[in-house]
Design a protein around this ligand. Sequence first.
Ligand code: TRP
Length: 327
Amino acid sequence: MKKPIVVSGIKPTGILHIGNYLGMLKNAVALQESNKYECFYFVADYHALTQRYDPKEKAKEIFDIAVDILAAGIDPKKSTIFLQSHIPEHANLAWIFNTITSMGMLERMVEYKEKLSEGHVPNVGLFDYPVLMAADILIYKGEYVPIGDDQRQHLELARDIVRTFNGRFGKTFKEPQGIYTKAVRIMSLDKPEKKMSKSLPNGCLYLTDSPEVIRKKVKAAVTDSFSEVGYDPEKRPAIANLLTIYSSFSGELIEKIVSRYKGKRYVEFKSDLAEVVVSALEPFQKKQKEFMKNKKYVMSVLEEGEKKARPIAERVLAEAKKRVGLI
Ligand code: TRP
């Protein structure tokens, strides 16, 4: 029997942090390991061009993300791994989708509005970003999409596009579903009201941070004036965030962690949390260093992925073109 199709992408715009890992990569690995899905994972390099960047650095960023995907446990023997820009059908299908997507829908996208408010000068690509994302998924007829919570609205748009397309041109695509982790949002360690991000480097744990740096950042993490750990995301966001990180990496239930630290001081909890993160990242970091040294291997994985993905993308694009009336 044909397995349901999973598709997801990661945008190469700098070093990944634990929020990226727990929000998406960890899920992507789990779906692969379940053996129940046919998985397509790619580096969203075309998407990365919508933000200001230095062209001299982009190639390295793209390569590094490919390495991170492999180091996180995405296995080319089980999943198809490739670069978005190597499969031109993504952009072709996005063009068709552009013609059935209203400006108004894109104007409502929160991520777009956030970027504008951060001072990004909008280019058409940034505006159109969610349409390309819809094409990324549907060019493989993706059914499940492991993504972070911040991508929920973009996935909704992909579902809207499917409905519009099917309504106008006949049933062609299925509405893809998001797969979200329980640890939906990892917040900054020093500003727990904000999402963990590169723009707040002190509160951000990068996947490549050394054990010393992780210990330092966790030690400096904001807490609160209560006397022991307790899980209350509304009233105690800082501790709730640290507990979420602890639980996501150790696999233990939050309640269990809370009861173990009853009557203990924050220092103790934090120093254990740092060790949990350090040891969880150790295998990733080891593999990452190895893949970094083996450029040829990484490039060959991407080429193989392209060979597997391209014929599928070609078939789906041909079908979509026919449906919309092209000859
Ligand atoms: N927009 C996604 C992000 O920023 C990356 C992405 C691009 C993606 N195309 C996709 C994710 C298709 C899932 C499916 O995280």
